[in-house]
Design a protein around this ligand. Structure first.
Ligand SMILES: CC(C)(COP(=O)(O)OP(=O)(O)OC[C@H]1O[C@@H](n2cnc3c(N)ncnc32)[C@H](O)[C@@H]1OP(=O)(O)O)[C@@H](O)C(=O)NCCC(=O)NCCS
Length: 239
């Protein structure tokens, strides 16, 4: 079914061409995607786009499909897989992923992960058929109303990510998703707003969010001071 398709490393393509192919591929996606070029560039920097392991599928000179991947510390991640609607069901996504995986094995990657919407009936069968397994379920929460708290907690202050990054792992009891990982934050740390609650010099909790889109990457309160309103205070201060 793959007539005329060439599967190539994404090294020769511009960020503009990759974004354009991605937007068309996600034009019928469950979540409407508006991704300006600066947003695309930031997203790829954050997640660590690696062009040599990424693939494009070319048909008659057109980028028909893309598979964008990242590798960090021997772990690989599928940032985005998309086939333009006109070129679907010809085996492009499968062929691109197979190409990526072969390359990733060669460079020593030990795992391959992604996130997929639970009801994505096009992508989920592909990932499962590649041998991927479901590791955990992620939930998304949205806060629309203001957090109900009369004033800002005096213990909360604005900090730099680099100042708290070495110790935040001690406050967490979960592993952030790739997008929300310490490495992803560090890759575009200037774009984040980071707030921390202190008792003297002891870090009690922190929250980190991207003011451009309101997305909270991490929120954690040290286990021995939970249920004392610190999490709410951080959310209030962020709002
Ligand atoms: C998911 C997507 C990338 C698949 O691209 P594609 O090039 O059409 O996929 P392929 O032809 O290589 O098919 C590979 C496998 O995907 C699954 N698949 C693809 N289309 C499917 C469909 N219409 N129904 C069910 N499974 C489907 C199958 O497992 C298929 O393997 P099979 O043909 O051996 O059964 C494409 O549908 C797409 O771009 N969707 C919108 C963007 C998106 O959801 N991306 C993933 C975000 S996590």
């Amino acid at each position: 079914m793959m007539q005329n398709a060439e599967i190539l490393p994404a090294t020769g393509w511009s960020a503009e061409a990759l974004r354009e192919a991605m937007l068309d591929s996600f034009s019928d996606y469950a979540i409407p995607m508006q991704l300006s070029q600066p947003d695309f560039d930031a997203m790829m920097r954050e997640r660590g786009l690696d062009l040599p392991s990424s693939r494009v599928a070319l048909i008659d000179g057109t980028v028909a499909a893309i598979s964008l991947t990242s590798v960090r510390d021997g772990q690989a991640y599928l940032i985005s897989s998309g086939t333009r609607p006109a070129y679907r069901s010809r085996g492009l996504a499968r062929a691109m992923t197979a190409g990526s995986l072969a390359y990733l094995r060669e460079v020593g990657a030990r795992s391959f992960q992604t996130e997929v919407l639970r009801n994505n009936e096009l992508a989920l069968p592909l990932y499962l058929s590649l041998g991927m397994t479901k590791l955990r379920k992620l939930d998304c929460y949205r806060i629309t109303a203001p957090v109900n708290m009369p004033s800002i907690d005096q213990r909360v202050q604005k900090v730099e990510w680099k100042d708290i990054a070495p110790v935040v792992g001690q406050l967490r009891d979960w592993r952030p998703s790739w997008k929300n990982s310490d490495a992803s934050i560090a890759a575009i740390e200037d774009q984040f707003l980071c707030l921390a609650a202190y008792d003297g010099s002891d870090l009690l909790g922190y929250i980190i969010a991207n003011p451009a889109n309101g997305a909270v990457s991490q929120l954690a309160v040290r286990s021995d001071v939970r249920r004392q309103g610190i999490g709410i205070a951080l959310l209030k201060a962020l709002q």
